[in-house]
Design a protein around this ligand. Structure first.
Ligand SMILES: Nc1ncnc2c1ncn2[C@@H]1O[C@H](COP(=O)(O)OP(=O)(O)O)[C@@H](O)[C@H]1O
Ligand SMILES: [Mg+2]
Length: 264
């Protein structure tokens, strides 16, 4: 049986890479919208103090009294903080206060488990996607500890893979100490420019070097993605047919197949 298959409760995926600008947040928003289109009940969790995910879903962090920070450091029930959006997904939003959570948690016993415990009773969701910050700090480790699987967005450029080894070391540590069941679901190639052979070569090198599955198809580079956050809507909602949106839809289908144990 697939280790990710669960009989109840959501499948929790951490979208992680300590490098910034590799489309973690865009992938969380787009995969979330795509999974919702497929009938999934989806919660997105913003774990980045920059709150880009929160903002991209049309929520101004400045308007929020409560955020994920209160869940992590004050033990507030997430259902008191979760916001529903026009994109048919729910979000556990972040504000800049989250920057302090990292320091607050550093001296706390059990800090690695703080997110896992908070998400434990959210049985009303099929999917929880965790938008990790661009670091391998407390919040990313807490996300990996809470997750069943990790998806690694990767920009197909020379040297972009230098951080992957470090991330995999962290995954290895998490597996040893806090979450034995964690599996890497794969690398998601993003900002992909198919006109260059170079991108393809980088991709092949990465999957061989680290023995990682590559989630296909690669997500093409498109100006539409850059425009979406300001609109407060995912491009899956604003643009019906778009090759970038369709690529995320395909990837979402693979995730569903894996959750249902239809792929090895
Ligand atoms: N497929 C894409 N094509 C073009 N721009 C993209 C694409 N995916 C993401 N972007 C843009 O790249 C920037 C970084 O993406 P983001 O999702 O915020 O990355 P991260 O969360 O890893 O820092 C953003 O401005 C975003 O709009
Ligand atoms: Mg981000």
């Amino acid at each position: 049986m697939n280790s990710a298959a669960k009989t109840s409760g959501p499948t929790i995926l951490a979208i992680a890479n300590q490098k910034g600008g590799v489309a973690k947040t865009t992938s969380v928003a787009s995969l979330g919208a795509a999974l919702a289109e497929l009938g999934g009940r989806v919660l997105l969790v913003d774990l980045d103090p920059q709150a880009c995910l929160t903002f991209s879903l049309g929520i101004d962090p400045e308007d929020l009294d409560l955020s994920v920070h209160h869940v992590l450091t004050k033990g507030l029930d997430p259902t008191e903080v979760i916001v529903t959006t026009e994109d048919a997904v729910d979000v556990l939003p972040a504000t800049i206060e989250l920057a302090r959570a990292e320091a607050d948690l550093l001296t706390r016993t059990g800090r690695e488990y703080v997110l896992k415990v908070s998400l434990e009773d959210l049985d009303e969701y099929d999917w929880v996607l965790l938008d990790c910050p661009p670091s391998l700090g407390v919040l990313t480790v807490a996300a990996l500890t809470a997750a069943h699987g990790v998806v690694i967005p990767l920009q197909c450029e020379t040297l972009s893979h230098r951080g992957v080894g470090q991330l995999l070391d962290t995954v290895h540590d998490v597996r040893r100490f806090t979450n034995r069941g964690l599996t890497v679901w794969g690398v998601l190639p993003t900002l992909y420019d198919g006109r260059t052979n170079h991108a393809r070569t980088v991709l092949d090198t990465i999957s061989e070097t680290y023995d990682l599955e590559v989630l296909e198809p690669p997500i093409p580079k498109s100006i539409r993605f850059a425009e979406a956050p300001a609109a407060g809507r995912s491009i899956l909602r604003t643009t019906r047919r778009h090759r970038g949106a369709d690529a995320y839809r395909e990837v979402a289908k693979h995730l569903v197949a894996r959750k249902e144990g239809r792929t090895p």
